[in-house]
Design a protein around this ligand. Structure first.
Ligand code: 13P
Ligand code: SF4
Length: 303
């Protein structure tokens, strides 16, 4: 059945001029039919190169908005209308604007996991894989980093010459893992390197052998000589690595590392998008113009 739907999607993609982009948290039946699979940064760069008239973004809403910002003339569909990232709406544009008015010297750095409306009042976007490089390259010294204070702390530790302010935001999934769970996984699998996403708490990042984005974690595991790993990001990455590296063992750092939003999209949803369903992303032109500056600046500084 899965194979039949995948074949149908592959055929319809050509007939209807559709490109499928998928975040690497998506399930294997979806990533297999995608034209590009990657982390948030790589997806943004891929969006700048799309040639087709329609793009289906399999992931969460801020990712589809990001594609629309970079491809304003294309039809951009979100794979499942309810797939959002809770972190994206933790602060309002009004709060950030008020902060900027009170601190005119400050550069506001927005994690890409933010709404287009929030990006529109920020200065530059970053992703987990590009944040250190981009923040290091900013001319100003004062930084307001939103919304994820865990990623912010990870960046601040690596860019000591800047002065950071954080707000109390973050990923409920990664940020919810307790240090005790990481310690228990390490005790259960002694010697297995711990690879974690920087959305995890600083005390967990401090325990890790490697901290990086979703695709950087996968790359590290594939290239490492070790034979077993503890994976500290969404558990879909454990499943992908088990399929892609059958000779190595992968263990979740926590059973709680499941993002319900990232898991909403199913293969039939992807087919439905190509057949005329899905939610088409539309953005207010003024917001889109301002938010795009933030993403363009990210790609310029991120390389
Ligand atoms: P990446 O930057 O690794 O793609 O992370 C996105 C995300 O939402 C992680 O939870
Ligand atoms: Fe958002 Fe966290 Fe889910 Fe990533 S894992 S999409 S940051 S809620």
């Amino acid at each position: 059945m899965i194979r039949k739907i995948q074949d149908q999607i592959q055929q319809l993609k050509k007939e209807r001029d559709v490109t499928i982009l998928a975040h690497c948290y998506q399930s294997a039946d979806i990533t297999e039919v995608a034209d590009f699979v990657g982390d948030s940064y790589a997806l943004a760069v891929a969006a700048t190169k799309v040639k087709s008239s329609t793009v289906v973004m399999c992931g969460v809403r801020f990712m589809a908005e990001g594609v629309k910002l970079l491809c304003p003339d294309k039809r951009v569909l979100l794979s499942h209308k309810d797939a959002g990232c809770p972190m994206a709406e933790q602060f309002s544009p009004a709060e950030i604007t008020a902060y900027k008015e009170a601190h005119p010297e400050c550069t506001v750095v927005a994690y890409i996991n933010t709404t287009a409306a929030l990006k529109a009042v920020c200065d530059v976007c970053v992703t987990s894989s590009s944040a250190v490089k981009i923040v290091s390259a900013l001319p100003g010294r004062e930084i307001l980093f939103i919304p994820d204070c865990n990623l912010g702390a990870y960046v601040a530790a690596r860019v000591p010459d800047k002065q950071f302010t954080f707000m109390d935001g973050g990923c409920p999934i990664h940020g919810g893992v307790k240090k005790e769970e990481a310690l228990a996984a390490m005790a259960a699998h002694p010697g297995a390197p711990l690879l974690v996403h920087p959305e995890c708490s600083p005390e967990i990042c401090d325990l890790a052998d490697f901290v990086g984005s979703t695709t950087d974690i996968m790359k590290y595991a594939k290239e490492s000589a070790a034979s077993a790993f503890i994976i500290g990001t969404e558990n879909s990455i454990v499943a992908h690595l088990r399929l892609q590296c059958p000779d190595k063992a992968f263990y979740p750092m926590s059973k709680g590392l499941i993002c319900a939003d990232m898991r909403l999209t199913t293969l039939p949803d992807v087919l439905d998008c190509i057949l005329g369903g899905g939610e088409e992303i539309t953005l207010d032109p003024d917001i889109a113009k301002k938010a795009r500056r933030c993403i363009d600046e990210m790609i310029r500084l991120g390389g």
